[in-house]
Design a protein around this ligand. Structure first.
Ligand code: HEC
Ligand code: HEC
Length: 223
């Protein structure tokens, strides 16, 4: 009799214990599982970032520079470029809507994940100021360049520091030869934009003034 009662009490206590603690234990398990999943995702993300850092060094740095500041003629600086701008351009190259022998060949075989991986990596590259110019900038040409940039709203879209953001590129300190080529390209229709913004912005600017803008933007005073 006593034994039976004791057994019932024991099982009853066990039930109470279960009722009292089971949901709590379940929540803890869930929290633990969520933490494990989050840390696995963070590790995977770190893995992806490391993979594209390595691929950039192997596949892109020869032309664009290891830190993203190219010293190759007509090859743009990528350091400081927003990732959203980079991904739209990689997409345009892959679809051959923006034409460049070098970049169309590079982008042809990139997957969507590659476009994201490379542009996320580019987005982490801090801006690298242009090396000091051989000759100090011509003040009259710089003043003319600034007036043109204000008149044509370059500073309104690219920002007062010409540092861009989102889908608008950083242009301050970009290579002058590349700026000259690309501004002429937007005007002449050889460079297709992701939007019509640039074609509209430069369509009525005389070529001499485009070159003055390139001179000014390349030497734009940087912090
Ligand atoms: C053989 C040299 C070369 C290699 C390798 C190369 N690029 Fe380029 N890249 C260029 C040139 C040249 C341009 C400018 C194209 C043009 O408009 O004429 C460019 C343009 C770009 C642009 C557009 C930049 C802007 O300001 O509009 C991005 C983004 C870019 N490259 C990313 C990459 C990535 C990522 C890789 C590696 C997977 C890579 N490039 C490999 C030469 C190269
Ligand atoms: C209405 C907004 C707007 C205005 C005004 C504007 N831009 Fe742009 N600019 C853009 C956008 C957006 C892009 C990206 C091009 C694309 O659509 O693919 C761009 C691209 C560029 C590029 C190419 C950069 C690269 O790395 O290849 C240069 C150079 C440039 N702009 C210079 C200028 C200059 C100089 C002016 C003034 C004459 C100007 N922009 C006015 C929005 C603007």
């Amino acid at each position: 009799m006593r034994k039976a009662w004791a057994a019932r009490l024991a099982s009853c206590t066990a039930m109470l214990f279960l009722v009292a603690y089971a949901p709590h234990a379940g929540a803890q398990d869930k929290a633990r599982a969520a933490r494990a999943a989050a840390s696995a995702a963070a590790k995977a993300q770190q893995g992806t970032a490391a993979k594209y850092a390595q691929r950039f060094a192997a596949e892109c740095a020869a032309c664009h520079g290891a830190n993203g500041r190219s010293d190759m003629p007509l090859t743009p600086v990528l350091a400081g470029q927003p990732s959203l701008y980079a991904i739209t351009q990689l997409f345009l190259f892959r679809e051959a809507r923006r034409s460049s022998d070098a970049m169309n060949a590079v982008a042809k075989n990139l997957t969507d994940d590659d476009l994201r991986g490379f542009s996320d990596f580019i987005g982490t590259l801090p801006p690298v100021p242009a090396p000091p110019p051989a000759a100090s900038p011509d003040p009259a040409r710089m003043a003319k360049g600034r007036a043109l940039a204000e008149q044509h709203k370059c500073l309104a879209c690219h920002g007062p520091a010409l540092s861009g953001g989102q889908q608008v590129p950083r242009i301050a300190g970009q290579r002058e030869d590349y700026l000259k080529m690309t501004l002429r390209g937007f005007q002449g229709g050889t460079r297709a934009g992701y939007t019509q913004a640039m074609t509209a912005a430069v369509s009525h600017i005389p070529v001499d003034d485009l070159d003055t803008l390139a001179y000014f933007v390349a030497r734009f005073p940087q912090p």
